[in-house]
Design a binder for this molecule. Structure first.
Ligand code: PEP
Ligand code: MN
Length: 262
């Protein structure tokens, strides 16, 4: 179902009137984790002002250490909804467990994180609902495995899948992961699904985000997902890769020069 051979036209996913994959660049920006109402509303307002088209924010966080901040959970989702109400930006948040699915009913795009890309039970259930799914590439997954995970969702009837390349594990240690930019043309040749790039998780380094956002546009990605924090140094998660609202504003000026976006 994800194969372009049987579906030659590009898939366009309509999320509250915003069309992902229509040839414009979708900009999903926001904090790694929702930390407080004040934080998420302030970031949402500022990224909206700069031109973001979606608000991202983690409520349930897949942290490597069980002792690290695990997210605000249900409360985080409620705070995202407040930020959506204040800005009109549709919200994107990660679902880690099916037991939380009912609470995501009012989330506009459900994210499946890299660590859950092959959680087949999760994928199957998400295939049974009518909601866009942002599927992130597993850090050790091939493009074929990535597409097969999309297939798990689509097989059950949900064809609203957005792919997201977020960097893969290689021998390189200078960056957190290695951004596989070739993913965009290769997956676009094989599949009709929209694909976006997450430069923040790809390198883990905030100062690379602008250059890689330009690269994402140049290579034909349908959007980017960027972590923005009002105080990266104090962020409870992924501060090193988060850019400030001011830096985001500057990147958006560049984006507007090179790409059409809503
Ligand atoms: C995230 O988007 O916050 C995240 C945890 O991403 P990934 O699953 O790509 O590591
Ligand atoms: Mn993060």
């Amino acid at each position: 179902k994800a194969n372009r051979l049987f579906h030659p036209d590009d898939t366009i996913i309509n999320v509250k009137g915003r069309k992902v994959g229509e040839g414009t660049i979708s900009i999903m920006a926001g904090p790694c984790s929702v930390e407080s109402e004040e934080q998420v509303v302030a970031i949402a307002k500022s990224v909206k002002e700069s031109g973001a088209t979606f608000l991202r924010g983690g409520a349930f966080k897949p942290r490597s250490s069980p002792y690290a901040f695990q997210g605000l959970g249900y409360e985080g989702l409620e705070l995202l909804k407040i930020a959506r109400k204040e800005t009109g930006l549709p919200i994107v948040s990660e679902l880690m467990s099916l037991e939380h699915l009912p609470a995501f009913e009012d989330v506009d795009i459900i994210q499946v994180g890299a660590r859950n890309m092959q959680n087949f039970d999760l994928l199957r259930e998400l295939g049974k609902i009518d909601k866009p799914i942002l599927l992130k590439r597993g850090m050790s997954s091939t493009m074929q495995e990535f597409l097969m995970s999309a297939e798990y969702i689509m097989k059950e009837g949900n064809d609203k899948v957005i792919l997201c390349e977020r960097g893969i594990r290689t021998f390189e240690t200078a960056t957190r992961n290695t951004l596989d930019i070739s993913c965009v043309p290769v997956l676009k040749q094989k599949s009709h699904l929209p694909i976006i790039i997450d430069p923040s998780h790809a390198t883990g380094l905030s100062w690379t985000v602008e250059a890689l956002t330009k690269a994402a546009i140049a290579v034909g990605a349908d959007g980017v997902m960027i972590e923005v924090h009002n105080n990266p140094e104090e962020a409870l998660c992924d501060g090193e890769q988060s850019i400030t609202p001011e830096q985001f504003h500057k990147i958006m000026i560049t984006v507007k020069k090179y790409a059409e976006f809503e």
